[in-house]
Design a protein around this ligand. Structure first.
Ligand SMILES: Nc1ncnc2c1ncn2[C@@H]1O[C@H](COP(=O)(O)OP(=O)(O)OP(=O)(O)O)[C@@H](O)[C@H]1O
Ligand SMILES: [Mg+2]
Length: 169
């Protein structure tokens, strides 16, 4: 199956939009804006190739949540827990198969009061909340990245409406 087609929004969720950043700093600023809009229980699913900018965006989300600590890729630990205005659960599914993801029992994170940011979310879609904000990142050039925001559920439709007023800088 063509992986690009996996994430086409369902008909009811056609309200999505795209932003393009032209530097890692702009991506972090975008993340910071998302972190400021975040509410308890939010889940953001990051989908994009190696080096597309998932961790870079997460660094901004952490800053937007008031987290000072530097955010690294959690690849070797699956979940990193950081504390700001809300807890941030930074999850990386890169090395895992779906059975392992199910066995890990991430539900306390996924259905808790913090904010979950999941890198390589496509590896665990069936074990992740149905209501989520899917952020598909594409590499356009060495410094340009496209961010497509695809909401599932009312909360995230509202959130992307708030994000629409964001101007990249
Ligand atoms: N506009 C941009 N936005 C984000 N990163 C950018 C941009 N332009 C260049 N980069 C570079 O792309 C790389 C993104 O790395 P990052 O670790 O965020 O990717 P990732 O998607 O988390 O990768 P992985 O799949 O290995 O976890 C960094 O080296 C960053 O400097
Ligand atoms: Mg990463």
């Amino acid at each position: 199956m063509n992986s690009q087609n996996l994430f086409h929004p369902r008909k009811a969720d056609m309200d999505y939009f795209e932003l393009i950043t032209h530097s890692p700093e702009q991506t972090q600023n975008l993340g910071m804006h998302i972190g400021k809009l975040a509410l308890p229980g939010d889940t953001y699913l990051l989908v994009g190739d190696l080096g597309s900018g998932k961790t870079c965006l997460t660094q901004g989300i952490a800053r937007g949540l008031g987290i000072e600590e530097y955010v690294l890729s959690p690849s070797f630990v699956v979940v990193r827990e950081l504390h700001g205005r809300l807890p941030l659960y930074h999850i990386d599914l890169f090395r895992l198969e779906i059975e392992e993801i199910i066995d890990l029992g991430l539900d306390d994170y996924l259905y808790g009061k913090g904010v979950c940011v999941v890198e390589w979310a496509e590896k665990g879609l069936s074990a992740l909340p149905l209501e989520n904000l899917l952020i598909q990142i594409s590499y356009l050039s060495a410094i340009d990245r496209s961010f497509q925001f695809k909401p599932s559920g009312k909360r995230y439709l509202e959130m992307i409406n708030q994000l629409k007023s964001f101007s990249v800088k």
